[in-house]
Design a binder for this molecule. Structure first.
Ligand SMILES: [Zn+2]
Ligand SMILES: [Zn+2]
Length: 484
C-alpha cells in the first residue's frame, strides 16, 4: 500500500537568514520506505553566494524529535538534492538507514537565502505493509560504521613505539553532501596519493561513515577517520572521531558555545574552518575550541587573513593548534571544479606507536602538527633541546619551562626546493629569516628563552609570477615556553 502526503507553504524573506522551519508528518505503522521530494519558487541557479534567487536546505528527524543536541537525526542534504528516501537497510547518501518508527517525523528546512516569498511543496510517499506487527519494537537506528573506524589500526603504521610524521588530510566531502564522488572513489585517490590518514567530513551528516568503515575493513594504506563538518549559516567547524552525529544548528553564539562543549564532552576537538572566507566565522565570543584551519584549499585563495588571525590569538597568549584542510569536493573521474585534491594542503601529525584514529586526533590536539602544500612536501620539522643534552626532544605543540635567561638550541630540518625563505616568528613578530640553500637543509641556532613565548616557522616563496607575491609552502605549529 502506498500513502501520499503533500505539504505546501510559503517561505518569506522576513524569516531571518539561517532560520530553521519544522514541518511534521505522520509515519503509519508498517512503513517500509519513505520517499521525499521538494520544490520551491525562484530557486537559485549556481552558487547561492553569487547568484540571485532562493535556497532552501532540507533534512529530516524521526520520532525521537528535533531537540537541539538530542534530536533523532535521520539525514541532511542541504541544497544538494531535491529528493531522498530512507528504508530499513538503505538510504540516499546523506541520510541514515534504519527502522522507520511509526509516529511523528519532521522535515527540517534551512532557509539559507530567501530573497522574495517562495511557495514550496513537499511530497512524501510511503510504502506501507499493512500486515506488519504494529506492536513490534522498532529497534535502534544504527550509528554508521559502528566501532570499525575507532578501533582500526593503519597497516603501515609504526607499532614499535618510535615516533614519526604521518601525512594526511582533515577536511573533504563526498556525495554524502555536496561532493562529486563516491566515498570509494575518494578513498582510492587518497591511497594513491600516499596519505597515511584521511578524514571525510561531509556537511552536517555522518551517513558516509558506513562506506568508510567498509573500505577500512577491505584494507589499504590509509587510516580512515570519521568526521563531520558542522555547517552553520554563521560559520563552519570540523569535528572528528565522534561516536555519532553532532548537531549543527548553531544559530547564535550561546548555541555555538553549547555545541563546542558538547563536542568536547563527547571526546572530539572543535576546529574552526576557513575562518575568514568563503564562509566567515561570526562567533568571535565563543571559546573552548582547540584548533583553527589556518590553511584551507590552495594558499592563495583566502588564507593570509586566517594566518594573521591565528598569530593574533597566539600573541594574546592563547595556545591554538593550526591545521590544514583541502576541503576537496572532487577527484577524478569527476570533473575537477577545484584545482586541489585531498592532501593539498597536507596536515602532518607526529604519532608514537600504532596509527589509530585516537592517536591522530591526540596528536592534533597536542599541536604536534605541521602543514605543507602537498603530500610530497616540503617537509618542515622544528625541534628544541631544552635540557641541553644534545637531543632535540621538543616538538611543535610542546611547552617547556626554561631557567631564567636560559639559552636553548633549536633545530629546523627542511626538505624541499632550494632558495625558499624560512621565517621564524614569535610574539614580537619576525625573529629570524634565512634562505634554505639546498634541498636538504638543516639549521641550528641558539635563543635566549624568557617569559611566555613561542617560536614557529613558515616556509615562503614564489609560485608562478613573482608579481603575485609569495605563498606559504609549509608552516609549523609553535614550540612554547612559560605559561600557556
Ligand atoms: Zn566549510
Ligand atoms: Zn568543507
Amino acid at each position: 500500500m502506498r500513502k501520499k502526503l503533500r505539504i505546501e507553504g510559503v517561505a518569506a524573506p522576513e524569516q531571518a537568514r539561517g532560520e530553521y522551519v519544522y514541518i511534521p508528518f505522520e509515519v503509519p505503522p508498517g512503513a517500509r520506505r519513505i520517499e521525499v521530494n521538494y520544490h520551491y519558487e525562484n530557486q537559485v541557479v549556481g552558487a547561492q553566494e553569487f547568484n540571485p534567487g532562493n535556497n532552501i536546505d532540507i533534512g529530516v528527524f524521526d520520532v525521537r524529535g528535533h531537540d537541539f543536541l538530542h534530536g533523532g537525526f535521520r539525514g541532511w542534504s542541504g541544497g544538494a538534492r531535491s529528493a531522498f528516501y530512507i528504508s530499513p537497510d538503505a538510504a540516499t547518501p546523506g541520510y541514515l538507514r534504519g527502522p522507520l518508527q511509526p509516529g511523528e517525523w519532521t522535515i527540517m528546512f534551512g532557509l539559507s537565502k530567501i530573497e522574495e516569498p517562495s511557495r514550496y511543496r513537499v511530497n512524501i510517499e510511503m510504502d506501507i505493509d499493512p500486515s506488519a506487527d504494529t506492536a513490534a519494537e522498532p529497534g535502534e537506528v544504527p550509528v554508521p560504521g559502528g566501532n570499525v573506524l575507532r578501533e582500526a589500526v593503519a597497516g603501515g603504521s609504526n607499532g614499535n613505539g618510535g615516533g614519526r610524521w604521518y601525512r594526511g588530510d582533515l577536511h573533504a566531502h563526498s556525495e554524502h553532501s555536496d561532493g562529486a564522488n563516491t566515498v570509494e572513489e575518494i578513498v582510492g585517490y587518497v591511497h594513491r596519493a600516499g596519505l597515511d590518514y584521511f578524514a571525510l567530513t561531509d556537511h552536517n551528516t555522518i551517513s558516509h561513515w558506513d562506506e568508510l568503515a567498509r573500505l577500512q575493513q577491505r584494507g589499504g594504506p590509509t587510516l580512515l577517520i570519521a568526521g563531520e563538518e558542522i555547517t552553520m549559516y554563521t560559520g563552519h567547524a570540523n569535528v572528528w572521531g565522534l561516536d555519532g552525529w553532532i548537531d549543527f544548528r548553531g544559530t547564535d553564539a550561546e548555541r555555538v558555545q553549547r555545541l563546542i562543549e558538547h563536542a568536547n564532552q563527547r571526546g572530539s576537538m572543535f576546529s574552526i574552518n576557513h575562518p575568514d572566507s568563503p564562509i566567515p566565522w561570526k562567533h568571535n565570543s565563543v571559546h573552548g575550541y582547540q584548533a583553527v584551519e589556518v590553511w584551507n584549499a590552495p594558499w592563495r585563495y583566502y588564507n593570509e587573513p586566517a594566518l594573521i588571525r591565528w598569530q593574533y590569538q597566539l600573541n594574546s597568549g592563547k595556545r591554538m593548534v593550526a591545521v590544514g584542510g583541502s576541503d576537496s569536493h572532487c577527484v577524478p573521474p569527476a570533473p575537477m571544479t577545484q584545482p586541489n585534491g585531498p592532501g593539498e594542503p597536507c596536515t602532518w601529525v607526529w604519532v608514537e606507536g600504532p596509527l589509530t584514529q585516537k592517536a591522530v586526533l591526540d596528536a592534533v590536539a597536542a599541536g604536534r602538527v605541521f602543514i605543507s602544500e602537498a603530500p610530497n612536501g616540503p617537509m618542515l620539522d622544528l625541534r628544541a633541546d631544552a635540557d641541553g643534552d644534545g637531543v632535540f626532544e621538543l616538538l611543535p605543540g610542546d611547552v617547556f619551562q626554561p631557567e631564567r635567561g636560559q639559552k636553548v638550541r633549536f633545530h629546523v630540518k627542511y626538505r624541499g626546493p632550494d632558495g625558499k625563505h624560512l621565517r621564524f616568528f614569535n610574539r614580537r613578530g619576525l625573529e629570524r629569516d634565512i634562505i634554505a640553500e639546498s634541498e636538504d637543509f638543516d639549521d641550528e641556532f641558539e635563543m635566549r628563552c624568557d617569559g611566555d613565548e613561542y617560536l614557529r616557522v613558515e616556509c615562503r616563496g614564489f609560485r608562478g609570477r613573482p608579481d603575485r607575491g609569495e605563498v606559504v609552502h609549509a608552516l609549523t605549529n609553535p614550540i612554547y615556553w612559560g605559561r600557556w
